[in-house]
Structure formats: C-alpha cells, structure tokens
Design a protein around this ligand. Structure first.
Ligand code: GLT
Ligand code: MN
Ligand code: MN
Length: 388
C-alpha cells in the first residue's frame, strides 16, 4: 500500500474561503462558526496542506480599519510561520459586495469599473506582500440576467482594458506575478461572459501582454457546462497557459456544488490526474471546494484530507495504468505509426497534396477494424475498482 500522505512537492493548496466556508446557502443560515484566517491556516497545517490562498476580503474585511487590518495580517503571518504554509495565489472579491451587483470590470457604471480597479490594485499589493506568484481573476458577476441590459462587445472591451491595466501595473511595480483567468458559465449571474476555459484562451490572445496571462480552469465550472474538463485543461497546457487549477467535483446540470475532489466523477478525475502527472504539471493544485453543510470542523478536516488523498490515490492508479501491459498493448496497436502514410502527413507541400489526391484508400477495410476501446475502458474500470 502506497503512502498517501500529502507532501510539499504535491503543492496542495486550499483557499481561506474553502475550509472557511460556514455552510451558508440560498436556503439556509450558516452551520459552522466563522474561524479567523490564522485559525484556518492552523487547520490546513494540521491536515498537511502546502499552501493557502485568499481573496482580499477573506483576509481583511471590506470595512476593516487600518489598525484592524494590521492586527489580522500579524496573526496570519504568525500562523504561516508556525505551520510553514505558503501563499501561492491571491485574488480579489469582486462579487460579494452589493456595489458589484451588475459586475465589476464590465459594469455599465464607470464608477463601479473604477472602484473595481482600485480594489484590485490594493488586493494585488496584499497578495504580493504574502508572496503570491499567481493572481486569479474570477469574474463571477461579470454577466447578465437580461441581455437587454448590456452591450456584450463593450463588456469584452472593458474587461480587456482592465486586464491590460493590471499587467502594466505588475510590470511597473516589478512584481513577480502572473495572472490566471477563471471561467464559469453561470452562477451567481444568469450568464457569465467568457464562460469556458476555451473562451478565456481566445480572450487572452487579444491582450497587450498575453505572456503574463493564463487560465485557472475549475472542474466544476466546465462540468456545469457539460464539457470534458480534461480536454480544456489539455488545450490550456498545450498553449502554455495552465498557470493554476481549481480541483473539485460537480454533477452536470446543477448549481455550483464545489464537491470534494473526485467524489462524484471518479473516471473524469482519474483522466485529469493522469494528464497532470503525465505532462509534469508543477503549479499549485488548488482544491476549490467545501465540505458538506452537514459537517462540523472535524468534517471539514475529513473533507480536506479526502481531496488530497483521492488525488494521490488517482496518481498511483495513473502510474499503474501506464505500467499495465495489456492496456499499453491496446494503445500501442492503435497509435502505431504507418510508415507508408508518412509521405501524406505533416506539413503541406504541393507535391504532397498531389500525391494525396492520387492515392487510393480502402475506406471500408480501414473502417472495419475494431479498436478495442470497450476492452480498454473496462480494463480502466477494473483498475480503478481495484481488480488489476
Ligand atoms: C468563488 C468561486 C470560485 C473562485 C474563487 C476565486 S471565489 O468561490 O466559486 O470558483 O475560484 O475568486
Ligand atoms: Mn474556482
Ligand atoms: Mn466553483
């Protein structure tokens, strides 16, 4: 039996808002007492996490006085020193306060757009003060309930201007910081702009400093849209844009559940972990999830330990998959090169196009070959269920 103890090299992180969730939902009041940021750091230290992330207002309430802010930062810093936890990522809360009810960078009101920029500048400074190297932008309120209210093209432009502004700010301040954009299709807005990781990748290419900006895909958000999460992650990785990742779980077609990682779709979680491990992803593995509302703080620790343990168990399964002779034989057979086809593939040339047009393909014979994917999938299931 392998050791599934989380270690610093796994870079497992949690947001203050995740283990700090007090279980409020649209239908019910909190079920857990609020813990201070320092207490949450200690809790994360106890379960073996590597780091902790925060929104500006997870750490410092929006109306805190400068003296209160200093006292909170001092306690937080002490807890970080005591536990050895790092702060790899920070972000801005641009969704909780009523001022953002119609968006932040994409609000129709220029005062709101300016205030959102001011809040973000200060939050970037705060994140950098604690050592954050990645800064996430999740535009939860950047959207609409009614499309009669906003010009969708203006929204894209305002969003772009804001991102360009923050890139220049980070360069100006010589911050060692990269930005990671997080998509979500809906909730809390009826519909959110740049609703998937693919939309975000398209948007990033239009920025003044695309090299500073990547994505922070979240399992639940792509599953809400009914998408294959790993495919989006692979696209981001291949583009050099997988700066950060939010791991959790979600049943498609439901509200944003933020379930414990790998607690719902084990197969999808397996392919995701296998992908991250196979390519050597080395940025933080952030569990953006929270414990069931039924839990007390012991349950919150069970939740956090469970996220990390499941990741490590799936990592072991991925290694087993890669070493499985029968599985690898099926893959090898399907992926095998055909030297006779080399002259038709790869880059374009006029000769290649002519040769291709002249070639006779036995379409029926090619199509008649069974691919053994049923067998392959069942072997994967056997492996995941512990029967290999
Ligand atoms: C919020 C959201 C998450 C984002 C966080 C960062 S806040 O909890 O549901 O998906 O990652 O702003
Ligand atoms: Mn998230
Ligand atoms: Mn979520």
């Amino acid at each position: 039996m392998t050791d599934f103890t989380p270690k610093p090299e796994h870079k497992f992180t949690f947001g203050l808002w995740t283990v700090g969730s007090i279980g409020r939902d649209p239908f019910g009041d909190p079920v857990r007492d609020k813990k201070s940021p320092a207490e949450l750091v200690n809790l994360l230290g106890e379960v073996g996490a590597y780091g902790v992330n925060f929104h500006d207002n997870d750490l410092i309430p929006i109306d805190a006085t400068p003296a209160e802010a200093e006292a909170i930062k001092k306690d937080f810093r002490k807890a970080l020193d005591d536990t050895g936890l790092k702060v790899p990522m920070a972000t801005t809360n641009l969704f909780g306060d009523p001022v953002f009810k119609d968006g932040a960078f994409t609000s129709n009101d220029p005062k709101v757009r300016a205030y959102a920029r001011q809040k973000t500048l200060k939050a970037i400074d705060l994140g950098v003060e604690f050592g954050a190297k990645t800064y996430v932008f999740w535009g939860g309120r950047e959207g609409t309930e009614t499309d009669s209210s906003k010009n969708a093209v203006d929204a894209i432009k305002w969003n772009r201007e804001a991102m360009n502004f923050f890139c220049e700010y980070a360069l100006d301040k010589k911050y060692d910081l990269r930005f990671a954009l997080e998509a979500k299709p809906n909730e809390p807005r009826g519909d959110i702009y740049n609703s998937t990781t693919g939309h975000m990748l398209g948007f990033i290419a239009t920025l003044d400093h695309p090299e500073m900006v990547g994505v922070n895909p979240e399992v639940a958000h792509e599953h809400m849209a009914g998408l294959d999460f790993m495919h989006g992650v692979a696209q981001a990785w291949e583009a050099g844009k997988l700066f950060h990742i939010d791991l959790n779980d979600q049943y498609p077609g439901r509200y944003d559940q933020d379930l414990r990682f790998a607690s719902r779709d084990i197969k999808a979680a397996f392919y995701l972990v296998k992908f991250l491990e196979d390519v050597g992803y080395d940025n933080p593995r952030h569990f953006d999830a929270h414990a069931y509302r039924t839990e007390d703080y012991e349950g919150v620790k069970d939740f956090a330990r469970g996220c990390m343990r499941s990741y490590l168990m799936l990592k072991e399964k991925a290694a087993q998959f890669n070493a499985d002779k029968e599985i690898q034989a099926i893959l090898a057979e399907n992926i095998a090169d055909d030297p006779a086809m080399q002259k038709f593939l790869g880059k374009y040339s006029p000769e290649k196009a002519d040769a291709l047009k002249a070639q006779a393909f036995d379409r029926k014979a090619i199509a008649n070959r069974g691919l053994k994917y049923e067998r392959l999938d069942q072997l994967t299931i056997d492996l995941l269920l512990g029967n290999r």
